[in-house]
Design a protein around this ligand. Sequence first.
Ligand code: PLP
Length: 402
Amino acid sequence: MKLKDSGKTAAEIKALTKKYLIETYERYDFICERAEGVYLYDENGDAYLDFYGGIAVNSAGNRNAKVVSAVKEQLDDVIHTFNYPYLIPQALLAEKICTTLGFEKIFYQNSGAEANEAMIKMARKYGIEKYGPNRYHIITAKASFHGRTFGALSATGQPDTACQRGFGPMLPGFSYAEFNNLDDFASRITGDTIAIMLEPVQGEGGVHPATPEFLCGIRKLCDEKNLLLLLDEIQTGWCRTGEVMAYMHYGVKPDILSMAKAIGGGFPISAICTNSEIAKAFNMGSHGTTYGGNSVCCAAALAQITELLDNNLAAAAKETGDYLMEKLRALPRVKGVRGKGLLVGLELDGPVGLAVKHNCLDRKLLVTLIGDRLIRMIPPLTVSRADCDRACAILADSIKAA
Ligand SMILES: Cc1ncc(COP(=O)(O)O)c(C=O)c1O
């Protein structure tokens, strides 16, 4: 909807938002009226360079044309039925994802947190049924982020941050080890442990890639101790890091994989994939969701994934990401630059992140902030070198003015 069709002024829309929404986000002070490619446009037609991509969602570009037309076509046929009839987009998407990644089974959900809930539930039920009633413990990483529902939140290794503080006890059955510290993970395995759950690159935790020794060591440990390796690729998945899935950089494969964000092209869909044996843990009535596998979301996801793969956006992410990181290293006040592909973190040498973020916004560059000094960039994978040059020029000015 455009502002002119709403019957309201920009100030009125902002006032309504402030009056009625329970705000847990720091709003960027503009109205997004339209989105296209790597730009968001406000009601005056001013363009904002989008280096957060709907938080790693719009990987094939905002409002990718193929996604838009797939959704429009699907809207004319079926929007939602629940999972009683056979549904064409569901079946086609399942085949596309499973054959691309080499998994046998998929279960659809609606968001990243829900995909992780499903992954945790599946691992626990598998462990309890196979090994006995206490075999449900899962080791996750400190500073991890797995979502905001209670299972996913309990898996999240952030006891001192706002995402867990004030919500009472977390779900039992989780322990937390130092990311990239194989010995710490090994030392926390007990007879009750069923799985290790990780992000291959910690995103919300500050853009920290797993080292090859760590992730390969974890896979080996899981094999030796009969543990499942659960990988959360909600932020890293579908070409973001320069491979279709980030685990492919390491030559390992998880037993259960969760994905969300980039698969839907902006529509709320997520999924877990696994093999036929582990999938048996979910049987009739044991798990479900009203919207999971919704026809419009599946049609969007099929178009989105096809775009990502056919245009080889994994290779583009690697090439452009390397270029961007190199340029970022030359900026003032930079303590470090890290990431993989187009999941990039710029660490500043002091707590000036908020000022830099606001200065970028004034100069019409959209970035996200983690903590008080890490600027994170997760743009559409269609971003060009020229876009990166522009973003770096704006960042340089914004840092100097902070
Ligand atoms: C690694 C990871 N897991 C889970 C989530 C939660 O996803 P959602 O916000 O869709 O529930 C996120 C979101 O940022 C994430 O980055």
